[in-house]
Design a protein around this ligand. Structure first.
Ligand code: GLA
Length: 690
């Protein structure tokens, strides 16, 4: 069987770290192509993604093909020693397809058709679309499957289109029949005795189209699962065709990080390498934190092996309401963040800025103003830095810390019937991740069913939906010596999204030493004080919870459960006075923490810090990093990245030398505004990942 890491390693063994961009030569006269290649070489680019939106050029009408231009640009790229990630153009079908076969077009939940004139105008369930997509894929794979320049295949683009059309409804029914086997089972799973929703024939079942009031949450959950599987099927259909003609070239697609529309753990099982797109928002400097978490998701999807940043912006994007440019230096800092977190290269969208079309204002490696520009110079400078860092290619980037995350649970937790919309899953994830960022530690974001034996600490910021077997596996892992921290509103629902009976979180009660009877979201002007350290917190010996603690969004009416449990903090006033807010439970040879409310960042910092100590994980930083400084470790190197326009100083626990200059650093290291340093530990070090 193919292994994902093998897929990427097979490429980087030929090229070293990848440095690339989407290249759309069809937007330019052929006379500019040699100049493009000269500029690629000048910037150090060794990979371009070609043909992502070229279907109408390749197949101008249903029966005609036009490969000449692609033959010519591939030959030029090969001659220029630029490798190619060749895309199937199936994200944007040509107008003739939608015009001639309207059934290929998607509809939204109101039944409105989404027309051509933009992109993504396909229904994942359309048999005609899928047949046309297979045809163009086969034509490309047959012709270029063994082309020496082609080192990677790129299926579609950001697979994410949803459709509620009639063909999708039929496919949804087939999917449901396979899942449930009978209408009776479906009615039970969907809880259709509620609001008189019982189905008497399969034909009555629909996608969750616009309805007068709240949808059945299990119907919505199943439609999200179905849509995700349909998108994955588009990928695997094209991948299988490509593999017939191009068996030695890895096939992937560009993911979108924490994208709601598709379960990337299922994609990770099917792609030959993990490729992801990430666009920092220059107007929100703290988005680097979400970037870091997204890169750590890729690290988890790749099981600790390298992955690839397939798209990022050299400066501004065009799709936010107000698109700030990157500050000088930010391009390098943002790019090194991905590299330090396991990416085996940096790619941009796109090579040459478009002069027309909906992305005219999107930055590019080569702006319309040409090569004598700050952006082009910064890209070229990054190209040089990647040369210096070439020994990183292929270096694994595993972590000892896992964050459990599940698309199923994310979908279920966002149901509008849940008690609050203020306990966002991604917000929770970031809140629990931040204390690690401040300590220069990193994680692998993994599925709740992942084997946990290679981890020492597991964070579960938010798993509303948790299968019995996954709860049992986490419980058993802790009992054998693991440490876990579980956030509020977790472990409540089964895989149908039904709430479990009894005191919550029943499947985790033994693990967490706590059980509850009521969720109590807090009204706008209410805060609950909590403190009163119990003996448990002192016994951890890593300091104390901060003095004044308040929950302002969420609380739960809890009591201790079992002999190993102790309240670390209890509420001091209001209806929950003297009841536990944070609980620590000794379970077998391990420890589990339950945080039953939204705790302030300082308190979470303390809790995660105590859990790190229990798990025996130390930080390379003295105290905490400034909030705009990132430290990531890969293959024995510290990447110190200043995401701010101000100079910063950090204090490390050991001395280091600069990889580039050989300069020795003491424990205090200074960083310029948007400065980036790559330091080698001055002595052998057991890092977070080893
Ligand atoms: C995505 C797409 C690209 C382009 C960029 C713009 O990543 O894959 O085609 O639209 O966004 O930022």
């Amino acid at each position: 069987m193919r292994s994902r890491s093998h897929g990427l390693n097979a490429v980087t063994e030929q090229t070293g770290l990848l440095f690339g961009a989407d290249y759309n030569p069809e937007q330019w006269p052929e006379e500019t192509w040699p100049e493009d290649i000269r500029l690629m070489q000048q910037a150090g680019i060794n990979l371009v993604t070609l043909g992502v939106f070229s279907w109408a050029r390749l197949q101008p009408t249903e029966g005609t093909w036009n490969f000449g231009w692609l033959d010519r640009i591939l030959a030029l790229l090969e001659e220029g020693n630029i490798k190619v990630c060749l895309a199937t153009p199936t994200a944007s079908p040509p107008p003739w397809l939608g015009h001639r076969y309207p059934s290929t077009l998607p509809t939204d939940a109101t039944g409105t058709t989404l027309w051509y004139g933009a992109r993504n105008q396909f229904s994942p369930s359309s048999a005609v679309y899928r047949s046309a997509a297979r045809q163009v894929t086969a034509a490309l794979a047959e012709r270029y499957g063994k082309h020496p320049a082609v080192v990677m295949w790129h299926v579609g683009n950001e697979l994410g289109q949803i459709s509620y059309d009639d063909e999708a409804a039929g496919a949804f029914r087939t999917w449901l029949l396979r899942r449930y086997g009978s209408l009776g089972n479906l009615n039970t799973a969907w809880g259709t005795t509620f609001w008189s929703q019982g189905y008497s024939t399969w034909e009555e079942i629909l996608p969750p189209r616009t309805a007068p009031y709240l949808h059945n949450p299990t119907q919505v959950l199943d439609f999200k699962r179905f849509t995700s599987e349909s998108l994955l099927k588009l990928f695997t259909e094209e991948r299988d065709i490509i593999r017939q003609h191009s068996p030695d070239v890895p096939v992937t697609t560009n993911l979108m990080g924490f994208f709601r529309g598709a379960d990337y753990f299922s994609f990770a099982g099917e792609t030959d390498l993990i490729g992801n797109n990430w666009y920092t928002d220059p107007a929100q400097p703290q988005t680097w934190e979400l970037g870091a978490l997204t890169h750590d998701l890729c690290r988890g999807l790749a099981k600790g092996q390298p992955w690839l940043l397939m798209e990022s912006a050299a400066s501004a994007v065009n799709w936010r309401p107000h698109n700030s440019a990157k500050e000088p230096g930010a391009l390098l800092v943002d790019s090194l963040s991905a590299l330090a977190r396991g990416s085996d290269g940096i790619c941009f969208f796109q090579f040459r800025q478009s002069a027309f079309g909906a992305e005219r204002f999107h930055s590019a490696v080569v702006p319309l103003a040409g090569e004598d520009t700050r952006v082009f110079r910064e890209v070229a400078e990054l190209g040089c830095r990647l040369q210096d860092l070439r020994l990183l290619a292929g270096a694994p980037a595993p972590s000892r810390i896992a964050v459990l995350f599940d698309w199923d649970s994310w979908w279920a937790a966002e149901s509008p019937d849940c008690p609050t919309d203020r306990l966002g899953v991604l917000d929770q994830l970031q809140a629990y991740y931040r204390p690690l960022l401040r300590r220069g530690l990193y994680v692998e974001v993994v599925h709740p069913s992942a084997a946990l034996d290679r981890f020492d600490l597991v964070l579960v910021p938010s798993l509303f939906l948790l299968k019995d077997e996954d709860a049992a596996a986490l419980t058993s892992w802790v009992s054998q010596g693991g440490t876990a921290v579980v956030g509020p509103f977790s472990g409540l629902a089964d895989s149908n999204g039904h709430l479990r009976e009894g005191r919550f979180p029943s499947v985790l009660a033994d693990l967490l030493g706590v059980s509850g009877e009521e969720w109590r979201p807090l009204a706008d002007n209410v805060v609950l004080d909590f403190m009163e350290l119990g003996p448990a917190s002192r016994s951890v010996g890593t300091g104390q919870l901060p003095d004044a603690l308040e929950a302002s969004v969420w609380s739960e009416d809890l009591r201790l459960h079992g002999p190993g449990a102790a309240a670390v903090a209890t509420f001091t006033s209001g209806p929950l006075a003297r009841k536990p807010a944070v609980v620590r439970n000794v379970h077998g040879s391990g420890t589990a923490w339950y945080v039953g409310c939204d705790v302030p960042a300082a308190a979470l910092g303390y809790i995660v810090g105590a859990a790190l100590t229990e798990a025996g994980i130390t930080s390379p930083v003295v105290g905490e990093l400034p909030h705009d400084v990132e430290l990531a470790t890969r293959a024995g190197f510290y990447f110190l990245l200043n995401h701010s326009p101000e100079p910063r100083t950090v204090t490390l626990t050991e001395q280091s030398v600069d990889l580039l200059t050989g300069e020795a650093h003491g424990l205090h290291v200074s960083l310029d505004p948007y400065g980036a340093l790559v330091l080698k530990h001055s002595f052998d070090h057991i890092e977070n990942g080893n």
